[in-house]
Design a protein around this ligand. Sequence first.
Ligand code: ZN
Ligand code: ZN
Length: 388
Amino acid sequence: MPNLDLIDSFAPELTAIRRDLHAHPEVGFEEHRTSGIVAEKLAQWGVEVHRGVGGTGVIGLLKGKGGGNKRIGLRADMDALPMEEKTNLPWRSTIPGRFHGCGHDGHTTILLGTARYLAETRNFDGTAVFIFQPAEEGLGGARAMIADDLFQRFPCDEIYGLHNAPNLGPRQVKVFAGPGMAGADFFDITITGYGSHGAMPEKSKDPVVIAMTLGQALQTIVSRNVDPLQSAVLSITQIHSGSAYNVIPGEAKLAGTVRAFSDDVRKQIRERMRTLAAGIAAAFQVEITVDIRDIFTVLINHEEHSNAVAEVARTIVGDENVSTTPTPKMGSEDFADMLLAVPGAYFWLGHEGSVPLHNPGFVLDDEILPVGASLFSRIIETRMPTSA
Ligand SMILES: [Zn+2]
Ligand SMILES: [Zn+2]
């Protein structure tokens, strides 16, 4: 099963774009160079460009043949991670502490390739809306674009997004309806006790002991309160307190993340966290503040659009490479917020390589670029067919 010929013909150029983006990674809302390159390429290919949507976001608008009114959005995220790259690739990051460790350089390039193909061929009836989103990695780029009236200014009837997947084989596509990625909260808990000499605990309200008690208590929420048939995670990922061997500190902080696929479960966990914190605060006569922030919405694919992606994928990568078996992930993805506003689907596209996403040694296989661009392009052509 083939990629689109025209896209294959400019695949080397896509590889060059991707490697240049890779060498110059920018973190969320700082994608100035990246969005500049995106805007320049789109304009060069005859796509109408709108910049500064939700910060560094870029929108490209392209009308196909015919006067159809349907509009389909395709979204790519552009941000890198604040981490060091540990590969020896010639195109490795040139910026310390910045790395495209999630392959968003590939996503951006795939959408650029799609725009170029569609601008040259225009074999569709309607408007393609290319959405280049900033700040996917926990910084709220999708919400920033939506708050900036993304879908009022650039309405979409359907929307699609993809993510590279080193855990799937080359050219393998995974798409399924229903919940696919978890909703996520980040939390910060501050215990304000009373410090004293390490030898005189009776003079203190020791926040370290209270933090350990609270940490243990929080672990009972998923194991003892959440329905065992629901999936949920509560991870305390940071504990900060103290600075000396002989000083009981006055304050301790816990931080972490909560994941679940149901908004009811998320609500239940938040309530239990606050109740346990309040109870432990009362028991130990200290103040405990709990700040829980909703960072990611549960990603829910729509059935019609998931089926449409699977249909298209079969023509590009072959039946044997398309899986529609539901395998939800506890990770999160802010395309979920766009799917709340507009029906659509998010899918995974496999590539060569075994190092996972967000690992300092992650490598994106450039072979994925023409495959992804072919999939996106055919989604536009099949969902907005020309009558001719
Ligand atoms: Zn990521
Ligand atoms: Zn990602």
